[in-house]
Ligand binder design. Structure first.
Ligand code: B1M
Length: 211
């Protein structure tokens, strides 16, 4: 659809105001919210990611595109969350220590909220101790850790260990994800669930909460 392509193009150019205007047009045109997210916003960020990898664009351009994406996401957030009627569980989410990537984590957060769960967002650069303390404070059923760097994904093992040390391991499930994370890695560190994308993370969170 042309409008979704326009969203993708505007995002790639880092035109935050245009992204917002186009996303609003798509909402007004009753475009399914998942299409706005996946075929507009995420498609644009995917292209930026490839260009970043190939050194065709650099960190500032990526940052500006990421801000534009977050602006678009803010507009569709209520529509994604709309489906959730009452809270079905509590999830503490964050990007692990040393890691500042938050776009994927924010998507997971929205999708989980869309399933009717309460989400406590600790942000980025979250220590294992902070994950565990928040899970305790909010009586969370799930700790959800995101990592985008191969150098930070090891922090997830620390989260599993700290949860054990705090005597929380039976009460809290630990879910992991992010581009470098795999099912094999999840199994190796003793986490409970891995999800490759935000939508399956939300399905998985709901299944863990209602199990
Ligand atoms: Co960074 N970066 N970055 N970056 N960045 C990557 C991740 C990289 C792959 C780029 C590359 O080289 N090709 C590379 C990592 C290499 C590696 O470790 N293997 C990289 C690097 C090296 C770096 C820096 C070190 C660069 C530098 O400074 N030299 C630096 C690190 C800073 C730090 O964190 N300490 C850095 C910085 C940045 C920016 C700040 C410029 C910006 C982040 C802005 C922000 O997040 N607010 C940025 C970005 C945007 C990217 C890319 C281009 C895009 C990431 C993204 O948002 N993707 C990325 C390249 C790429 O991915 N192609 C790259 C879109 C997002 C929707 O996808 O986060 O994967 P993603 O989330 C997915 C799934 O992974 C999953 O669901 C989401 C979608 O459905 N998911 C989960 C995520 N978390 C989950 C949790 C779950 C379940 C599923 O359960 C709990």
């Amino acid at each position: 659809m042309a409008l979704l392509n326009d969203i993708s193009e505007a995002l790639q150019k880092g035109r935050a105001q245009d992204v917002k205007t186009l996303v609003q047009q798509a909402i007004d045109a009753k475009t399914p919210v998942r299409e706005i997210l996946e075929d507009g916003l995420m498609a644009g960020m995917g292209i930026i990611g490839e260009k970043f990898k190939n050194n065709e664009v650099y960190v500032p351009e990526v940052l500006i595109a990421a801000r534009a994406m977050n602006g678009g996401i803010e507009l569709i957030r209520p529509l994604l969350v709309e489906a959730g009627v009452k809270e079905r569980g509590t999830v503490v989410i964050g990007t692990v220590k040393g890691d500042l990537h938050d776009i994927g984590k924010n998507l997971v957060k929205m999708m989980v909220e869309g399933k009717g769960m309460k989400v406590i967002d600790l942000g980025t650069n979250v220590t294992a101790d902070a994950f565990v303390a928040a899970a305790k404070e909010h009586s969370a059923q799930i700790i959800a850790c995101s990592a985008l760097l191969t150098t930070t994904m090891g922090e997830m093992k620390e989260v599993v260990q700290k949860a054990k040390d705090a005597g929380l391991r039976d009460a809290v499930k630990i879910m992991v994800g992010g581009a470098p994370v795999t099912q094999n890695f999840c199994d190796t560190i003793g986490a409970d669930a891995y999800a490759p994308d935000a939508a399956s993370a939300a399905d998985s969170a709901l299944a863990l909460c209602t199990a």
